[in-house]
Design a binder for this molecule. Structure first.
Ligand code: NAP
Length: 328
């Protein structure tokens, strides 16, 4: 029989507790899950000022997780480009961050991530003018009450979470390629565990439209595309990741999921806790495996239910659809 040292036994128990938290969903995604896992992290990584000299860009930083991530990244010494669609709200968020950290280096750029024309022109300009880009965080998110379309006529959650972020990355590739260790992070959601790819209806035109379903489908698309994106961006040496922030107290959750917000309110994570893994993925000194799904600083399974798995051919249908959509 295998004998474990006390240290190995402790680590096995802790890995078991971590996996159990994942499968019980609620405790793992709550502030309890964060508190239990964070006890093991220590503060050796990322080191203080780990991002000094780095340039990072974050989308959707007016509030919630994106604002908290911007503050954390600036706190580690990065110059942060906040990409927002409402510059007045962006300026207020920037002022809040500067109040807490007067030395923070933050600038604001206007961009509606769901609008491919806007993304193309902003991305192209920044791709040419930024000295380099070390991390790009696709955080902007939306959960609509009814079916809405983007400026180019795409279903809005897919446009905001999939098409806009991929196009933005492609336009920023020249700047990413000038970084020694470029990382791209999709802020995804555990909601994707409930959905598979619906390749027959990627624009969600048929059936009863539910915002939460559209949202979860679009987040599933992000994860399904990771290997194809890693291959596509390999020349720029990009490491791409998707992550789930947990259940987080943000204006977005309060407005889009009022029932959930009421019931889960007391156990929701703070925006800082939700942003932690984004910042860690951008700043950690460790080499990261490419094209993986993360939660609380660890890679996690991409499926818990057999019914959400898709074939390689289905993923390829999605990949081709995205390529066509980005060509306009
Ligand atoms: N909170 C959670 O429990 C949770 C759980 C899983 C995943 N997430 C993900 O975390 C991310 C941040 O969400 P949050 O909870 O922090 O919500 P939030 O407070 O509503 O923040 C979302 C941000 O995205 C921006 N945004 C939306 N559409 C945009 C567009 N087309 N162009 C540019 N910016 C846009 C919003 O800007 P405006 O101010 O202009 O509206 C806002 O600043 C989202 O991707 C969400 O799916 C959150």
């Amino acid at each position: 029989m295998t004998r474990f040292s006390p240290r190995e036994a402790g680590s096995a128990v802790s890995a078991f507790a971590d996996a159990a938290l994942d499968r019980m969903v609620a405790p793992g995604y709550s502030r309890l899950g964060y508190a239990l896992r964070a006890r093991r992290w220590g503060d050796e990584d990322p080191v203080d000022q780990a991002l000094t000299g780095a340039v990072v860009a974050v989308t959707g930083t007016n509030s919630g997780i994106g604002k908290a991530a911007s503050a954390q990244l600036a706190g580690f010494g990065a110059e942060v480009v906040m990409l927002v669609r409402d510059v007045e709200k962006g300026a207020a968020a920037r002022a809040d961050i500067l109040r807490a950290n007067p030395g923070a280096r933050i600038r604001i750029e206007r961009c509606d991530i769901s609008d491919l024309d806007d993304v193309r022109s902003t991305g192209r300009r920044l791709g040419e003018t930024l000295p380099k880009l070390d991390a790009l965080v696709h955080n902007a998110g939306v959960l609509p009450d009814v079916r809405r379309q983007s400026a180019q006529g795409h279903e809005i959650t897919m446009a905001t979470h999939v098409l806009g972020p991929i196009l933005l990355t492609e336009e920023l590739l020249p700047a990413l390629a000038r970084s020694a260790r470029p990382r791209v992070v999709f802020v995804c959601s555990g909601g994707m565990y409930t959905q598979s790819l619906h390749v027959e209806d990627l624009e969600y035109r048929s059936g009863t439209y539910r915002g939460a379903t559209a949202y979860a489908r679009s987040k599933r698309m992000q994860v399904a595309l990771l290997p194809a994106l890693a291959a596509r961006w390999a020349e720029a040496n990009v490491t791409v990741a998707a992550m789930h922030p947990g259940w987080v107290e943000t204006p977005g959750v309060a407005a889009s999921l009022p029932g959930f917000h009421r019931v889960a309110g007391a156990v929701l994570r703070s925006p800082d806790q939700g942003a932690d893994t984004i910042t860690w993925l951008a700043a950690t000194a460790h080499d990261l495996p490419n094209a993986r799904f993360w939660h609380d600083r660890k890679t996690r399974p991409e499926h818990y239910l057999p019914r959400t798995r898709n074939s390689a051919a289905e993923v390829d249908v999605l990949r081709q659809f995205v390529e066509r959509a980005l060509q306009g």
